[in-house]
Write a protein that binds this ligand. Structure first.
Ligand SMILES: [Zn+2]
Length: 315
C-alpha cells in the first residue's frame, strides 16, 4: 500500500518545429537527442474524443489521492531462492482509450511469462518476480513505492533458517512498456505510415547515467543476444537513455533495463507513436504485424530470463 500524491497537471508541450535542422541539438527525455522529423505528443484528457460510450464510462473514474494496490507473484528458485529477477509492466493507462499498447501489451507479456514459468514442470534455480505496477502514468508511483518499501528487505531470510526470502536480492529488473507499434519516423506532413516499417525492432534500453550502468549495459546486450538466438522475426537494438518507465526507480539499486517498441527519448518522445496516450490506443488499432513484434519482445525476455534464472524442465 502507498499514498498517491494529488494528480499533477501535465503541461501541454508546445509543438516544436517538426523538422530538426542539421547540426541542431534538440534534447529528448533521459538524455536522448532528437533527430529528423518529429510530431507533437500530448495526453488526451478530453472524454468526448472517445466515441465509444462504454469506453468513456470505463475511463471516467477520477484519479484521487489515496491508497493504491499493485500485483506481483513469484516463482521461487529451487537452489538460490534468495536471488531474483523482476519482470514488470504497468497496469494503469491514460488518454481515454483502452491502454492496449500502453501498457496492455507489456501487462499481457508479463502475465504470459508468469503462466509459462509457473508451470508445474518448470524449475528455476533463482527466483523470478512478475510485477504489475500501478500509477506509472502519474509519476512511476507504484514502482517508486515498491523500491522505497522493499529495497532494504533484499536478501534477508525471514524467518531465519526458514529458507524463505520475502524479498530476494535484486539481480536485475526488466520493464516492458509499449511493445507493439513500430511504423517509423513521422513524415514532414505530420502523418505516419499505416504499415509497420520493414526495419521494425525490439528496443532494449539501459540508463548510462545510473549507478549500475555497467551491469545494466551487460544485461541489455545479454537480452540482445537472446533475441538473436530465439526471437523468430525481429531483431533487437540497445540504447543507453532508458527513462520514464518503472525500471527507472530501480536503476540505482540493481541492473535495470526496459524493453519497448521504440527508444523512449529519441522516438516515442518525438511522436513516433500517434496512439500514445490517445483514445486510439485500442486493441483494434494494431495489426497482426504489430502483435508479432510484441510476441518477439516476449520471446526475447523469456529466452534471456530462462538462462539467467537457470530454468530447466522437470522430466
Ligand atoms: Zn507506459
Amino acid at each position: 500500500m502507498y499514498e498517491l500524491p494529488p494528480p499533477r497537471s501535465r503541461p501541454q508541450q508546445a509543438a516544436p518545429s517538426p523538422v530538426i535542422a542539421s547540426g541542431e541539438i534538440r534534447p529528448g527525455a533521459g538524455g536522448a537527442r532528437l533527430r529528423g522529423v518529429t510530431a507533437p505528443t500530448s495526453v488526451n484528457d478530453n472524454p468526448e474524443a472517445q466515441p465509444d460510450a462504454k469506453l468513456r464510462e470505463l475511463n471516467s473514474q477520477p484519479s484521487a489521492p489515496g491508497p493504491r494496490e499493485e500485483v506481483y507473484c513469484t516463482k521461487v528458485g529451487a537452489t538460490r531462492p534468495g536471488e531474483m529477477y523482476i519482470i514488470g509492466a504497468h497496469m494503469d493507462g491514460i488518454g481515454w482509450g483502452e491502454a492496449a499498447d500502453d501498457d496492455g501489451s507489456g501487462t499481457a507479456l508479463v502475465m504470459e511469462l508468469a503462466r509459462v514459468l509457473n508451470s508445474a514442470d518448470v524449475r528455476t534455480e533463482r527466483s523470478i518476480r512478475f510485477a504489475l505496477w500501478n500509477n506509472e502514468e502519474t509519476g512511476l508511483n507504484g514502482s517508486r513505492a515498491y523500491v522505497a518499501q522493499r529495497a532494504a528487505l533484499q536478501g534477508k531470510e525471514d524467518p531465519l533458517g526458514s529458507g524463505r526470502y520475502p524479498e530476494p536480492r535484486w539481480l536485475g529488473m526488466i520493464q516492458h512498456d509499449m511493445v507493439l507499434f513500430d511504423h517509423g519516423m513521422p513524415r514532414a506532413d505530420g502523418t505516419l505510415s499505416p504499415e509497420q516499417r520493414p526495419e521494425a525492432d525490439v528496443n532494449i534500453e539501459f540508463q548510462s547515467a545510473s549507478k549500475f550502468a555497467e551491469q545494466a549495459l551487460k544485461l541489455a546486450f545479454f537480452f540482445r543476444d537472446a533475441n538473436e538466438k530465439y526471437a523468430t522475426d525481429y531483431p533487437a537494438a540497445v540504447g543507453h537513455h532508458m527513462t520514464n518507465t518503472d525500471s527507472t526507480p530501480f536503476m540505482d539499486f540493481a541492473p535495470a533495463i526496459s524493453v519497448r517498441e521504440h527508444e523512449r527519448g529519441m522516438q516515442i518522445g518525438a511522436g513516433w507513436n500517434p496512439h500514445w496516450h490517445q483514445p486510439t490506443d485500442r486493441y483494434a488499432t494494431y495489426s497482426d504485424k504489430d502483435f508479432r513484434l510484441g510476441l518477439n519482445a516476449a520471446q526475447t525476455t523469456l529466452a534471456a530470463i530462462a538462462q539467467l534464472a537457470g530454468v530447466a524442465l522437470n522430466r
